[in-house]
Design a protein around this ligand. Structure first.
Ligand SMILES: *Cc1c(COP(=O)(O)O)cnc(C)c1O
Length: 369
């Protein structure tokens, strides 16, 4: 029996997700201590997570023999208060990735389609193809979402559009006025998933209260995560805000206990830890400056980024990735995103950024030799 061929053709068409290499794996492969390796590959929070979240996790340990609250009441109540929405408009996910999958499960099927951009987050095509739906990939404009082309790509059978803002892996930002104009054009029968995994990293002058748009656009869904600015990537927790009927459909396909109790407790505590969020934001801003200046000094083109990472043109992404790896620095090659010349680097602590830049200079010299 061939177990590859047994799977539906649309599953076999999925390109596997390529995660960032874990530190432990690189340490084993290179035979060097884990402490000598820095990972700037997965947009993780270089400050770790906040003390309030850690304390909440410790308290939650005493109840791990109990199933978590499948309705995530406390976390939803905290989010409802923070954003001024009804609890019926919130669903909690095992990472926001989980919610993207549930949205696809609820609304996509063979015979319908979904629209996303070239260079988009890899999860969009995976989750669309996994439902047997057609994925419509729209060429990017200046590495980002081309909303005019995406609106034009919507067909009669289109049920969903994915827009990450800022986008990963390119870090591009689509002005909110353009997104608002796009939402006005899109038929109400098309669900627009606005993925805001990185919106906490936007400078204050660019921010817009997209939660207020939910009243204007019943087909709008916002997804957000605790994995980035809150530093809880290992726990997997995120949320979506949307129309109660959309949330109801998502809840019907949701695994009953999709978010574990430690993650729920940590997320509630993290939400209230504004100091940690501010420190993360400040570190990111300073680190972005440090990296960009380093790229300029090395004569490298980079894509101006609004996230907690930068994507830079190094000529040959995979070779520079390997040359950096040998030096104990893990970044992300993004060939799979149709960016073979670039690598994506997550902003770290000042000494990590400095080490990355010094290693990059050596790696470029090695690859160009
Ligand atoms: C990191 C990221 C997410 C968040 O994923 P989680 O499942 O919450 O870890 C969502 N969208 C984009 C574009 C991301 O880069």
């Amino acid at each position: 029996m061939n177990y590859t061929e047994l799977a539906p053709e649309y599953i076999r068409a999925i390109a596997p997700y390529q995660p960032g290499k874990p530190i432990s794996e690189v340490a084993r492969e290179l035979g060097i201590p884990e402490a000598d390796i820095i990972k700037l590959a997965s947009n993780e929070n270089p400050l770790g997570c906040g003390e309030a979240a850690k304390a909440a996790m410790r308290r939650a340990l005493d109840e791990v023999h109990l199933y978590p609250d499948g309705a995530a009441f406390e976390l939803k109540a905290a989010l409802a208060k923070k954003w001024g929405v009804a609890m019926e408009s919130i669903v909690i996910g095992n990472g926001s990735n989980d919610l993207l999958d549930y949205l696809a499960m609820a609304y996509l099927a063979p015979g319908v389609s979904a629209v996303y951009s070239q260079h988009c987050f890899a999860v969009y095509p995976i989750t669309v193809l996994a439902r047997g739906a057609a994925g419509i990939k729209v060429p990017a404009r200046a590495y980002g979402n081309d909303l005019d082309a995406m609106a034009a790509a919507i067909r009669a059978d289109t049920r969903m559009v994915f827009i990450a803002n800022p986008n990963n892996p390119t870090g591009t930002f689509t002005p909110y006025a353009e997104i608002h104009a796009f939402l006005k054009r899109v038929p109400a029968s098309v669900i627009v998933v606005l993925d805001e995994a990185y919106n906490d990293f936007l400078p204050p002058e660019l921010r817009v209260d997209t939660v207020a748009w939910l009243r204007e656009f019943p087909n709008l869904v916002l997804t957000r995560t605790f994995c980035k600015i809150y530093g809880l990537a290992g726990l997997r927790v995120g949320y979506m805000l949307g129309h109660p009927q959309v949330c109801d459909m998502v809840n019907r396909v949701r695994a009953p206990f999709n978010v574990n109790s430690i993650a729920q407790a940590a997320a509630v505590a993290a939400l209230g830890d504004e100091d940690f969020v501010r420190r993360t934001y400040e570190n990111n801003r300073a680190g972005m400056q440090q990296l960009v200046e380093g790229f300029r000094a090395l004569g490298l083109d980079y894509i101006p980024s609004y996230g907690n990472f930068v994507t830079v043109d190094v000529g040959d992404g995979p070779r520079v990735f390997n040359a950096l790896l040998k030096r104990g620095v893990i970044v992300r090659p993004i060939v799979g995103y149709e960016l073979p010349r670039h690598v994506r680097v997550t902003i770290g602590l000042p000494h990590e950024n400095a080490r990355f830049l010094a290693s990059l200079k050596e790696a470029l010299a090695e690859v160009r030799a």
